[in-house]
Each structure stands twice: as C-alpha cells, then as structure tokens.
Design a protein around this ligand. Structure first.
Ligand code: ZN
Length: 156
C-alpha cells in the first residue's frame, strides 16, 4: 500500500511539473497534419501540429490554453509519440483512453507498463470531469491523423 501512495505522489509531481513547464510547445514546421481540440466543460483549448515522415511522427508540437491536467497531458503525449510509428501511436491512444475511462474499482490500470509515464493519468478516472481534460490532447491527435484530416474536435 505504501508503494502505491509513493507512486501516486510521483505521478502527481510529474503532472504538476508538465502542467507548469510543458514540453514541445509551439508549431511543428513544416507540418503535415494539424487539428484543434476544445473541451467546453473546462475551457481547455489545444492547437496540435505534427509532421509525419513516412509512417513515423517526426515532430509534434502544441499550443494550448487550459488547466494543468490538459497541459500536462498534451506535454506528456508529445513526448510519448514523437519518433514513433503512427500505428503504435494509435494503439497508445486506445490504451490511454482505456486507462482514463476504466472502472474506478479496477485495481490495476490496463497496460500500465506499455503506457510508461502516461500511467500517471490513471488517477483521473476517479474524477469524471477531469477525464476530458486528460484525453483532449489524445482525441486531437487522433483527429489530426485521420485520413480525411479533421480540423476541430470537441470532447462534447
Ligand atoms: Zn481542463
């Protein structure tokens, strides 16, 4: 149990750190894919740009305005997906979505190992309104990668 508490604390520090000092902010140039995300429930906004080279995400950046959780999630997402093949990234998107929407009663978050640092967001399951803050960046990424090239996604 004490290990869990320690882990929770580490995760909270990670989220706070990325919320205050987000990585990979700005605009990817040149950029091949882009999308805007909006979470009206909290007011989080996100502009995501990425450059896909072959089938690999060569660069990804974001500009956002929102709460610490949405900012931290976007920051950690860019770190997680940069340099990875699109197929792996879409798999990660589904894993992350399962992580933050899993039943709160579930003890082990799904595929926590595969998620790495992203497992830090497992705790938002307990706060339904925060799930949208944490998943906004991922929904926006998924939209940007759609073949038809979606422009704006909203969590509503
Ligand atoms: Zn938010």
């Amino acid at each position: 149990m004490s290990d869990d508490a320690e882990l929770d604390e580490l995760y909270q520090e990670l989220i706070m750190d990325h919320g205050r000092r987000p990585r990979n902010t700005g605009v990817a140039e040149p950029c091949s894919h882009r999308a805007h995300g909006h979470n009206p429930l909290c007011g989080d906004k996100l502009a995501l740009t990425l450059r896909v080279d072959g089938d690999v995400i060569a660069d990804v950046k974001f500009l956002g305005e929102g709460c610490a959780i949405s900012t931290a999630s976007a920051s950690l997402m860019t770190q997680a997906v940069k340099g990875r093949p699109v197929t792996e990234v879409l798999d990660l998107y589904h894993r992350f979505h399962a992580l933050v929407t899993a039943d709160a009663g579930e003890t082990a978050p799904p595929d926590a190992e595969a998620l790495g640092k992203l497992a830090a967001f497992a705790g938002v399951r307990r706060f339904p309104t925060r799930v949208k803050c944490a998943s906004l960046a991922w929904h926006t990424l998924e939209a940007a990668l759609r073949p038809e090239g979606a422009s704006t996604v909203t969590t509503e």
